[in-house]
Structure formats: structure tokens, C-alpha cells
Write a protein that binds this ligand. Structure first.
Ligand code: PLP
Length: 385
């Protein structure tokens, strides 16, 4: 059975071109770029190229790129590094809908004497910017707000947020893991100070990412040891990963506009058909300000996990908004923050597409999903018949 992969916000396929570029750096060009000999030294040039490829995609200076192990590390490093650089202030502002890589890091700070403010969102998943502005005060060190939500695809007005935060002289970090590769960004015209990126969300390898640090941003080093990454992030570089990430960024930079349009067309076709043909189906999140690849749909009175299992029988991979915690199915913290009713949050499915999806895959899913929903509705004890 062929796999139809609609779980690209979880991770993406490594592009063939990326794999090809990485291959020599395992068994042939395996030297350490910190070595004195030519064999190792030549690797340094490849790291420089990858740094330039990332910088080109983000429209920033290569010196502002720090390679990390991925989005989780970049988020932790940004928040904790900014706090360590300004030890006399104690307040952090974030939102209730962040990825756990930000939320858990911030909540842990509360155990260390920091005040953490989590801004709420409305029913569409939107922030109240006046509330944000009022919260940023003298004691605030950093505001960390994601660019786009991994579950709903809702895109926050991050450039406007960065402006508000900058006007107060506070550092602004954005978790841009879900937006890079899907929507073009231009950091040369932005007030963002710190930005996290993860390679495996843009058809690069897993275990590598970037923390962008705008020149002049106060940030303490977050991994001590050798002199790698300008002394900010010590440790022998993940060369194949960095080379792959560079290539993945180059591919994105070349094709982002056409690919974005293609993916949006497929997503819209899938979404429109589902909303039309499945009774009790409802879109979650701001329709106007959304990633082109993501659709989060609730099917009232049906368990999301049951839909996923039946989709899986047809080789269709998606994901649900629930997380299985200690045996009980908890609806996602994002949908709960949006005030999505329990019965709908429980039956939510996220479809996240990529450049590799096809029209045929969409047609096949549009054919199968209504059958699955009807089948489960028949079994649901909550549906009046
Ligand atoms: N931030 C967001 C918004 C994400 O979606 C993810 C991964 O799902 C991460 C951070 C974590 O990135 P990584 O898997 O590279 O650690």
C-alpha cells in the first residue's frame, strides 16, 4: 500500500537533493573542521557555505546564524540565553499556544523565581496585541511568541509584535519552526532579535537547526566547551546535518513561491471537500492568517484517534489534536486555549501537506474520509439517530 503523507508539520521527507549533498560527509569527508590538517580544514568551507545558504533564505548576515541540534534547543537557548544575559530582570512573556519546547521551558522558569505571563488567544487562535503591549514592562527580559502554530497553522502578526516589543527595548524571540520553508521571511526588514528554525520541517535532516541572533542582541553562550559557533554553542559540528540543512534552504529559496501556491491549492481542495461532505466538520483557526499547508478540522462527537486509525488502514497519515497522557486522551492545549468545545477538540484532525503531495492523493482522501466519518458516526453514542 502506498503511503499518503499528510503529517508534514510533524516532520518531512528529506529531499533527494539534500541526501545526495550529505552523503560524502559520512565516510569520505569525515574530518573535523577544527583540525589543523587540510583534510579537516576543507570541511570548514562547506559549513561556511551552509551558513550562507541559510542566511540567504532568511535575508540576514551569515554571522547571525548559529547551528544547533534543532528547534527545541534553539528555543531553550534563546529564552535561557537572553535571561542569563540580563540577570537583574525576571519577567518572560509568551502565549498559551506555544509548542512545548517553549511552554515547558517557560513553565520551568517559574520554579526559578521568574514571572511568566502566558497570553491567551481568541476562538480563532488570535492574540490581543493591546494585552501584549500592556504586559511588556520594566522587568521584562524577553517576549517569545511563535510565528505559526504547529497544530492549527494560525500565523501571528509577528512583524507587528516585534515592533511593539522593540519599542519597549525588550528582546523578541520567535519560534519560526513551522513557518520557514512555507512562507518567505525577510529578517533584514524585521525587528525580530532571535528566531528558531528546525531542519526536519523543511525537507532537511533531523537533529539540526538554527538559532538566528541579530547582531547586538544580548545572549549568553548556551553550550560551553570548544570555540565552535563563535563560542556560543560549543561541540563538534554535525557536518552532514549542517550540509543538508544548507541544501534544504537553497531548495526552499528557489521554489518557495510556486510550491506555496501548489500546496495551498491542494490544501484548499481537501479542506473544502471535507467541510462540504462530512457532517459536523468544522475548521479550527483563523482562515485568513494561516500557513498554506495546514488544515485542522474538528469532527464533532467522533474520536480523532478513531479517524486516524481508519485513515491509516488506507495508508493515509495525519495527526490528531489530542495527546495521550497517562491513559486518558487530553484534548490539545492549543484547541483548549482557543475555547474549542471538548466534543469538537477530541475529534480534531490535522492535515499538513508538503511539496511532495499530489492531486491524486487528495482525490483518494476525499473519497475515503466521508466514509470513515459516517462509519464512526453510526457507532457514536452521542449522535441522535
Ligand atoms: N517548535 C515548533 C512550533 C514545532 O512544531 C516543533 C516540532 O514539532 C519544535 C519547535 C521542535 O523542533 P525539533 O523537533 O527540531 O526539536
Amino acid at each position: 500500500m502506498k503511503t499518503i503523507y499528510f503529517d508534514n508539520n510533524a516532520t518531512t521527507k528529506v529531499a533527494e537533493e539534500v541526501l545526495e549533498e550529505m552523503q560524502p560527509y559520512f565516510c569520505e569527508l569525515y574530518g573535523n573542521p577544527s583540525s589543523m590538517h587540510t583534510f579537516g580544514g576543507q570541511i570548514g568551507r562547506k559549513i561556511r557555505l551552509a551558513r550562507e545558504q541559510v542566511a540567504e533564505l532568511l535575508a540576514c548576515d551569515p554571522s547571525e546564524i548559529i547551528f544547533t541540534s534543532g528547534g527545541t534547543e534553539s528555543n531553550n537557548a534563546a529564552i535561557k540565553g537572553a535571561l542569563a544575559a540580563v540577570p537583574n530582570k525576571r519577567k518572560v512573556i509568551t502565549t498559551r499556544v506555544e509548542h512545548p519546547a517553549v511552554l515547558a521551558a517557560c513553565r520551568d522558569l517559574e520554579n526559578h523565581g521568574y514571572t511568566v505571563v502566558e497570553l491567551g488567544v481568541d476562538r480563532q487562535g488570535r492574540l490581543d496585541l493591546a494585552e501584549l503591549e500592556a504586559e511588556v514592562d520594566e522587568d521584562t527580559v524577553i517576549v517569545s511568541i511563535m510565528y505559526a502554530n504547529n497544530e492549527t497553522g494560525v500565523v501571528f502578526p509577528v512583524e507587528r509584535i516585534a515592533e511593539i516589543v522593540k519599542a519597549k527595548g525588550v528582546t523578541f524571540h520567535t519560534d519560526a519552526v513551522q513557518v520557514i520553508g512555507k512562507v518567505p521571511l525577510n529578517l533584514s526588514e524585521s525587528n525580530i532579535d532571535l528566531l528558531s528554525l528546525s531542519s526536519h520541517k523543511l525537507h532537511g535532516p533531523k537533529g539540526v537547526g538554527v538559532l538566528y541572533v541579530r547582531k547586538g542582541t544580548r545572549l549568553s553562550p548556551f553550550m560551553l566547551g570548544g570555540h565552535q559557533e563563535g563560542g556560543r554553542r560549543a561541540g563538534t559540528e554535525n557536518i552532514p546535518g549542517i550540509v543538508g540543512l544548507g541544501k534544504a534552504c537553497e531548495l526552499v529559496a528557489k521554489n518557495i513561491k510556486q510550491e506555496g501556491e501548489k500546496v495551498k491549492h491542494l490544501r484548499d481542495k481537501l479542506e473544502t471537500a471535507i467541510l462540504r461532505s462530512c457532517e459536523g466538520a468544522r475548521l479550527n483557526g483563523d482562515k485568513q492568517s494561516r500557513l498554506p499547508n495546514t488544515s485542522n478540522i474538528s469532527f464533532e462527537y467522533i474520536e480523532g484517534e478513531a479517524i486516524l486509525l481508519l485513515l491509516d488502514r488506507y495508508g493515509i497519515c495525519a495527526s490528531s489534536g489530542s495527546a495521550c497522557t497517562s491513559g486518558s486522551l487530553e484534548p490539545s492545549h492549543v484547541l483548549r486555549a482557543m475555547g474549542v468545545p471538548f466534543t469538537a477538540a477530541h475529534g480534531s484532525i490535522r492535515f499538513s501537506l508538503s511539496r511532495y503531495n499530489t492531486e491524486q492523493e487528495i482525490d483518494y482522501t476525499i473519497e475515503k474520509l466521508p466514509q470513515i466519518v459516517n462509519q464512526l458516526r453510526e457507532l457514536s453514542p452521542f449522535v441522535a439517530r
